[in-house]
Design a protein around this ligand. Structure first.
Ligand code: 5RP
Length: 264
């Protein structure tokens, strides 16, 4: 692997082999989602605890100071919205030249396996990987399910992750599921887990993150269950303890409760 690409990957995946990516890209098709209406306010207290941020160029330029930033995974796919015809009909929205200008450590794009636009999204990925390789920029593929959250089963996710890796993604973002080890085993590149919509209890998040890490995930790309939490700093620090210190779900809960209660 060329020095530049290897160096960029090392900015993302830490020396212990693990990573905590903080995605704040949701507005690119969902608009001002709850708790991300003013991205700067939400992100600033969380940044110290993130290894990288997954973000569009618009929010990056408007809401993150370049002299205080973490490594950036630039969201470069889009072109659809929650109210449009089909969320799967994404294209590439941001050039590789722009990614280089923004000093991105990686670029990220969604694939929609099994959708009407499967073919287009997979070719978008392949094209992005070609361009990324030319410039030493890794690609994170996002196995997107659109509004069909029920798709998050092991057979489907294993299929998506393997296809993304075969097409050249350097990292694949997917969802945790029962039998998650099969997803990881079938995917020859690092896998990170998203959280999906906010769940009822923090412990549920800690449990799936812990389970996924035991089964071979390298980390998370986890957004709403952090920044939509009532205590987002406590949440990101608790998740960080699972990822980088191998804390159990109960230890993470204790840490969360301790931080939350120490607030004035
Ligand atoms: C949204 C994304 C997010 O980056 C991904 O879904 C992770 O965020 P969350 O944990 O909130 O699901 O691709 O477009």
């Amino acid at each position: 692997m060329d020095w530049g690409k290897r160096n960029r990957l090392a900015q993302l995946i830490q020396l212990d082999g693990h990573c905590l990516f903080l995605p704040i890209d949701h507005g690119y098709f969902q608009g001002p989602v709850s708790k991300l209406e003013e991205p700067r306010k939400t992100i600033e207290p969380l940044l110290p605890y993130a290894d990288a941020v997954f973000v569009t160029r618009g929010v990056l330029r408007s809401s993150i100071d370049p002299d205080k930033a973490k490594p950036i995974i630039l969201r470069v796919s889009g072109g659809t919205s929650m109210v449009g015809k089909d969320l799967a009909h994404e294209g590439i929205t941001t050039s590789m030249e722009e990614a280089i200008r923004l000093n991105a450590a990686a670029v990220g794009l969604s694939i929609f396996v099994g959708s009407h636009y499967e073919h287009d999204s997979l070719l978008n990925l392949a094209r992005l990987v070609d361009e990324g390789e030319r410039h030493g920029i890794p690609v994170m593929a996002v196995t997107a399910v659109g509004k069909e959250l029920e798709k998050r089963g092991v057979r489907y996710l294993a299929l998506c992750c393997r296809i993304a890796a075969e097409l050249g993604a350097s990292v694949v973002k997917t969802y945790w599921c029962e039998g998650f080890e099969k997803v990881v085993e079938g995917c020859p590149v690092p896998v990170v887990m998203a959280g999906g919509p906010k769940v009822d209890t923090n412990l549920e998040v800690f449990e799936f993150v812990y389970d996924g890490m035991q089964k071979g995930a390298v980390g998370v790309n986890l957004g709403r269950n952090i920044w939509q939490d009532e205590h987002p700093v406590a949440m990101i620090r608790a998740i960080r303890s699972i990822i980088h210190e191998n804390a159990t779900p109960h230890k993470a809960q204790e840490l969360y409760d301790g931080i939350r209660n120490s607030k004035p």
